[in-house]
Design a binder for this molecule. Structure first.
Ligand SMILES: Cc1cc2nc3c(=O)[nH]c(=O)nc-3n(C[C@H](O)[C@H](O)[C@H](O)COP(=O)(O)OP(=O)(O)OC[C@H]3O[C@@H](n4cnc5c(N)ncnc54)[C@H](O)[C@@H]3O)c2cc1C
Length: 369
């Protein structure tokens, strides 16, 4: 069974999809428009279902020495007083380990799993659906035909627009900040301090470093701050707990916006969208990479099971991924809905019921997919 498969994009979802296809016996081409020298900064938190998917992709061994394991998620008010905690070790027991690590390390693990060359500096410029195939035009003017194109080209996916699967992503109204902090406070747990319309999260990510993530909800039209580090210091100036020590140790801060992608179908003809291109959400549940990794496992399985019949495989893919990815988006909305509630109302409720509510948000994801 020889299928000509192209994976567009070499982020988490593209590299994972290539791995999933490889272990199912296919040999996809992988292209990435950026140069190979572009290494992602900051860190990433991978809850237990991401750990399980990486194991199913046969990548748990190279992952094991990297980053720090996360056993508990501590939720605190803006003063650093406990609200509740999630026992991540218990929640994901028998599923997979929760881990925080550098994005560059995760990328390297995924890259070694591809098992073939990634063609960097190679953009897909356009594509045309044919009967049972896809004609692809690359940035250098070359053209090739494929039996399956996997669009792993991120939340601003051009594959999504060109195939008519969806339009532009919808902004979530959040500005997000990421930083790797050395010389900050000694934290052994994932720790979030919740403010009103803003939160800051810090976690150990190996090498005595902390991965810090923060966000704020803003009005339409608000530009990104010119000096993100100064903005974080301003935004969290009144916070207690570990925050003053983190703000004091902050160096480089990345700033970005987040978008949401909602599609009626993930595929059209012989084109499939995976990862953020198909179902981006705000990163509130830290499920973006996990969903992309699960997509990759399922893609390999359905194609193998359908014995290379792309149409049958893509229908089966839709059945297996739809409910789960929708669930992540719905839970993300529920969580983000509490951002606007005054802490004086929200915090007593979270002290009483936070553990149960937040555990329930993840429980369905514990189940096999
Ligand atoms: C601030 C922030 C924090 C987050 N934290 C977490 C977290 O802790 N845990 C978690 O699981 N998730 C987190 N996420 C979400 C997670 O980062 C994403 O879900 C995940 O990285 C998506 O990967 P992707 O490969 O689908 O997309 P991308 O990473 O966007 O990759 C797409 C790739 O396609 C390439 N490309 C685009 N167009 C073309 C083209 N035409 N031709 C060739 N190549 C192309 C791009 O250059 C890019 O390399 C976070 C997101 C944000 C914004």
């Amino acid at each position: 069974m020889t299928l000509r498969i192209l994976v567009v994009g070499a982020g988490v979802s593209g590299l994972a999809a290539a791995r999933g296809l490889r272990i199912a016996g296919f040999r996809p081409d992988v292209v990435e428009e950026l140069p190979a020298t572009m290494v992602p900064g900051a860190g990433i938190f991978l809850p237990g279902n991401a750990g399980r998917a990486l194991r199913m992709l046969g990548l748990d061994a190279p992952l094991r020495p990297l980053g720090d394991l996360i056993f508990r998620q501590m939720f605190q008010d803006s003063h650093g007083q406990p609200l509740f905690e999630l026992d991540a070790a218990a929640l994901w027991a028998g599923v997979g380990e929760s881990r925080a690590l550098s994005r560059a390390d995760l990328q390297q693990v995924l890259l070694t799993g591809v098992g073939g060359e990634v063609r960097y500096d190679t953009a897909v410029r356009d594509l045309h659906l044919l009967d049972g195939a896809v004609k692809v035009e690359f940035g250098d003017g070359s053209v090739a035909e494929y039996d399956l194109v996997v669009g792993a080209d991120g939340r601003r996916s051009m594959i999504r627009e060109r195939t008519g699967l969806g339009g532009a992503a919808t902004p979530t109204g959040q500005i997000v900040y990421r930083s790797v902090v050395s010389g900050g406070p000694a934290l052994s747990d994932w720790t979030a301090l919740l403010g009103r319309r803003s939160q800051i999260v810090a976690m150990p990510m190996g090498g005595r470093k902390l991965y810090c993530y923060a966000d704020e909800t803003v009005a339409d039209g608000t530009p990104n701050p010119a000096d993100p580090r100064a903005r974080l210091r301003e935004l969290f100036a009144d916070f207690g707990g570990c925050v003053p020590a983190i703000l004091g140790a902050l160096e480089k801060v990345q700033v970005a916006r987040t978008d949401e992608v909602v599609l009626e179908r993930y595929s059209r003809g012989s084109v499939l969208l995976v990862g953020d291109a198909a179902h981006a959400t705000a990163p509130t549940l830290a499920q973006g990479a996990a969903m992309a990794l699960e997509d990759a496992v399922v893609l390999g399985e359905v194609l193998k099971r359908a014995d290379g019949d792309v149409r049958v495989a893509l229908d089966a893919y839709e059945d297996r991924r739809r409910q789960r990815c929708d669930l992540v988006r719905e839970r993300t909305h529920e969580r983000d809905g509490t951002r606007d509630v005054a802490p004086a109302l929200r915090d007593p409720m979270l002290r009483r019921r936070g553990q149960r509510i937040f555990t329930d948000h993840y429980r369905a994801l514990v189940e096999p997919f």
